[in-house]
Design a binder for this molecule. Structure first.
Ligand SMILES: [Zn+2]
Length: 247
């Protein structure tokens, strides 16, 4: 038994080395792909050259938790985590960025319109998110949300787009494509035109998409969304899609 130990450690060391190499290789492929896309983009006009401001909107907040998972995970918290990461990446890349909220709060009193918001909090919160977005010249709105359904079998990122601006569909398609490339290779979900039930997309004039990042009602997806590394990967996926320009 004594003689077996060094061999075991050698094997363990070799295994760790191989796993590390694979990880480095995967990371290289992942970011190599991103950089290639970025270089291609620089040959054309980048979004930032056109003076766009990305408005990153973490859905819900404060007394409105959004969807609540069976283990108590709150949609509003995951929304803010992902929105913050996407905003940071865009900012680091030199883009103009505006986050609608950076804290756990609703935005109904953002403009101090009323003395008493009783019964009107949700209406004013949504109205103000549209107003905050449209205060920015050449805004591109990106809403970050989580899905939930009564049946647990459903999973997968889903993008909705606003019919009010023709560029919305391009952004939505890029997010869909990058999701299939980098995040969920088996994602079959097609982009959907937002109907009147999605107030912000229905009432906004700039290019606008809403990303339902995943289903809190699906055990596997919930566990992914609670994982920091997965959220980072998801955020890079959204970020890379927002940077690409098809012109
Ligand atoms: Zn939501």
């Amino acid at each position: 038994m004594k003689n077996e130990k060094p061999l075991f450690y050698t094997f363990k060391f070799a295994l760790i080395t191989i796993v590390s190499c694979i990880l480095v290789l995967l990371l290289g492929l992942y970011f190599g792909n991103y950089l290639r896309t970025k270089n291609e983009k620089s040959k054309s006009v980048s979004l930032n050259d056109c003076g766009y401001t990305f408005v990153i909107d973490a859905g819900h907040g404060g007394e409105d938790a959004g969807a609540i998972a069976s283990d108590g995970t709150l949609e509003k918290d995951l929304n803010l985590e992902i929105a913050t990461l996407v905003a940071c990446l865009l900012e680091l890349n030199g883009n103009n960025v505006k986050m609608t909220r950076t804290e756990d709060t609703l935005l109904y009193d953002y403009y101090d319109d009323l003395e008493d918001y009783t019964g009107q909090k949700k209406v004013y919160d949504l109205k103000n998110r549209v107003k905050i977005t449209e205060e920015n010249e050449n805004a591109i709105y990106v809403g970050i949300h989580m899905n939930k359904f009564s049946q647990s079998k459903y999973s997968g990122l889903q993008v909705y787009y606003s019919k009010n601006n023709e560029n919305s569909i391009n952004i939505a398609n890029r997010i869909k494509s990058n999701t299939r490339l980098y995040l969920q290779t088996d994602n079959k979900r097609e982009i959907k035109k937002a109907d009147s039930s999605i107030y912000i997309l229905n009432n906004i004039d700039c290019p606008a998409v809403l990303v339902e990042c995943g289903f809190l009602s699906n055990e596997n997806e919930l566990s992914n969304l609670k994982n920091e590394d997965y959220r980072a990967k998801l955020s890079v996926t959204l970020f890379s899609a927002l940077l690409q320009n098809e012109n």
